[in-house]
Design a protein around this ligand. Sequence first.
Ligand code: MG
Length: 381
Amino acid sequence: MEFSAVIVAAGASTRAGPGLAKPWRDLVGRPVIAWSIEALAGAGATRIVVVTTADRREDAAALLAGLPSPQVVIGGASRADSVQAGLAALDAGDDTPVLIHDAARPFVPRACIEALLAALGDHDGAIPGLPLADTLKRASPLIEETVPREGLWRVQTPQAFRLGRLRAAYAALSPGTEPTDDASVVEADGGRVVVTPGDPMLMKLTYPEDFAMAERLAGAARITRIGQGVDAHRWGPGDAVWLCGVRIDHDQTLIGHSDADAGLHALTDAILGAIGAGDIGEHFPPSDPQWKGAASDRFLLRAVEILTNRGGRLLNADVTLVCERPKIRPHRDAMRARLAELLGLPLDRISVKATTTEGMGFTGRQEGLLAQAVVAVETPA
Ligand code: MG
């Protein structure tokens, strides 16, 4: 489902101790806010607005670079002002689902986003929450009473609403009230907001000691996925063949609509496969004349771009070419070097191997060449 996101990073972070404001502190090599931007983009947000302080405008723009419809807005004096500034900047229809997220919650599991969007169908809003497990006391610090925890939830962000409904609720907000979340604004306006399953990963960085916990959780915030791709092309008359981005003089060529580089096609499919993003035929239909004779590195780079837009990165690639001729070994290092260059990876993350089928099958009869590729990628969980 298409959705927009507003990430609020304009607060003063007074409880987090001295130093940089929370969204801009380092969390395992990246600013805290970078994690949630990546997760929301990776889950398919088509517009992301970051609301921050004026001195962070450039930093926020740099983190959003390359994403669809990025916007940086300067926040107001209160959280409500900042959210409204973000909502005002969103160029989307009233029915567009919008997720409002606090930048201090770096880890946003995709399952939480999907549950929120699904719940919006029947409600004015949906927010992630966890039932309370601990016993609750009212104390100062002498205990005054034990508070029954039944029906109590601790709620998190992102919180999901339809853009028009949330704007209307904020417009109706009584002056001087300082809501601590967006659901309470919609509740006050008579809206029906439902709690969907939250996740401990959605922890909020509030106190200095929370950063140590977040560093331990960071490892679980990204997952490794495997993708594989297979391609075959038929041999025909020619004087050279393209394989893994390298031109090899040969007494035949591979026939295809593009340059028929089966190695790059298999690799492209493997990357798309790792992130469930369809296949090469869907992204570059043979029926489209713009791909006629195209250099296949364009297909590969597009697949990498789709991966990057989802917050992912390629970890390694292993390509196997199956043919009797030409001999691949003399060209293997050039192929690995070319792939490493195209993918921006060190050489030891790239493998090109070759085998024959000892005269058996279509590759053995030299009717065509078969390529197979396997990749590992890392993406937000
Ligand atoms: Mg092909």
